[in-house]
Design a protein around this ligand. Structure first.
Ligand code: FES
Ligand code: FES
Length: 164
């Protein structure tokens, strides 16, 4: 069966692509669009490394067919900093400042999950943050610094800024 071209908006850019019916969204992002910031860990929906935002909601790109994203907006870690790529997003800055990155493999998915949380709830509690990132595994940091980094981005935090 020939499917119509897939229309997908990735980091604000329109793409019209001929995509096989069985193409996984993660492979489309990493291989067809060469956006390798999105990582493949388990490929089974268990580690969160592949988390991207689909119309603003965090999803496991390894579990979705590309055609399930037809007509949707997909945001990956590459789209988070300013378009010129010269300034990090405040959440990225907080991860750096708090030492919430070691090998960095979990970081794109973790930051996308944090972005979705902060967009929905600009004042999350520590428990809210732990619940939100429960599906994102990190083998390096022990999580405390990640929770600190996300907390630092909450409205009314010590930084006094709201980052959504
Ligand atoms: S690679 Fe998708 S959840 Fe692990
Ligand atoms: S920083 Fe290495 S897996 Fe999280």
């Amino acid at each position: 069966m020939t499917l119509p071209p897939l229309h997908i908006i990735v980091n604000g850019e329109d793409h019209h692509l001929m995509v096989p019916a069985n193409r996984i969204l993660l492979d489309l992002i990493r291989e067809d669009l060469a956006l390798t910031g999105t990582k493949e860990g388990c490929g089974l929906g268990k580690c969160g490394a592949c988390t991207v935002l689909l119309d603003g909601r965090p999803v496991h790109a390894c579990l979705l067919l590309a055609h399930q994203a037809d007509g949707c907006r997909v945001d990956t870690i590459e789209g988070l900093a300013d378009p010129a790529g010269t300034t990090l997003h405040p959440i990225q800055e907080a991860f750096v400042e708090k030492g919430a990155i070691q090998c960095g493999f979990c970081t794109p998915g973790m930051i996308n999950t944090a972005k979705a949380l902060l967009d929905e709830n600009p004042t999350p509690t520590e428990d809210d943050i732990k619940l939100a990132i429960a599906g994102n595994l990190c083998r390096c940091t022990g999580y405390h610094k990640i929770v600190d980094a996300v907390s630092a981005c909450a409205c009314g935090s010590g930084k006094g800024e709201c980052h959504g």
